[in-house]
Design a protein around this ligand. Structure first.
Ligand code: FES
Ligand code: FES
Length: 162
């Protein structure tokens, strides 16, 4: 049932404290997309199955479509809009481009966020570790091989190659 009341939600997103008015039962994905206009995180299945809505909270990937926005006040949230460095694409984004790891691109922001969290914790992941880290992100287009290659390429350009 749609809520008739509104709550003010204060989220720290991509290093900035942002505020939006939302229904108290809004998901984090709804707050990001419709409250703050950060539409990079995609609304796919909207029930925790596809990973298109993945954002990173305090270093860990989170499915924002099944997370209550108000529960994330005070946490450090990073979305795909926050990964570029100095106005340039992140090495992961370059690697996806150069490797041809995105086709329709719908899954790509969520996959990039899972990979971004992985490389911050493990700069030199094995193919198995990459596959494990991306196991919650579904891609209907690429067959995954190019995606794994792109993550390896990004690890290499970030200096963490095996
Ligand atoms: S949209 Fe969140 S898991 Fe699919
Ligand atoms: S590139 Fe189309 S769903 Fe992954």
């Amino acid at each position: 049932m749609e809520s008739t009341t509104t709550a003010v939600c204060r989220l720290r997103v991509n290093g900035d404290l942002r505020e939006c008015a939302i229904a108290p039962n809004s998901t984090l994905l709804e707050a990001l997309r419709y409250g703050l206009g950060l539409t990079g995180s995609k609304q796919g299945c909207d029930k925790g199955d596809c990973g298109a809505c993945t954002v990173v909270v305090d270093g860990e990937p989170v499915l924002s479509c099944i997370s209550l926005a108000l529960a994330f006040e005070g946490r450090e949230i990073t979305t795909i809009e926050g990964v570029s460095e100095g106005g340039k694409p992140h090495p992961l984004q370059d690697a996806f481009d150069l490797t041809g790891a995105a086709q329709c691109g719908f899954c790509t922001p969520g996959i990039l966020m899972s990979a971004w969290a992985l490389l911050r914790k493990n700069p030199s992941p094995s193919r198995d570790e990459i596959a494990q880290a991306l196991s919650g992100n579904l891609c209907r287009c690429t067959g995954y091989t190019k995606i794994f290659e792109a993550v390896e390429r990004a690890a290499e350009s970030l200096g963490g190659a095996r």
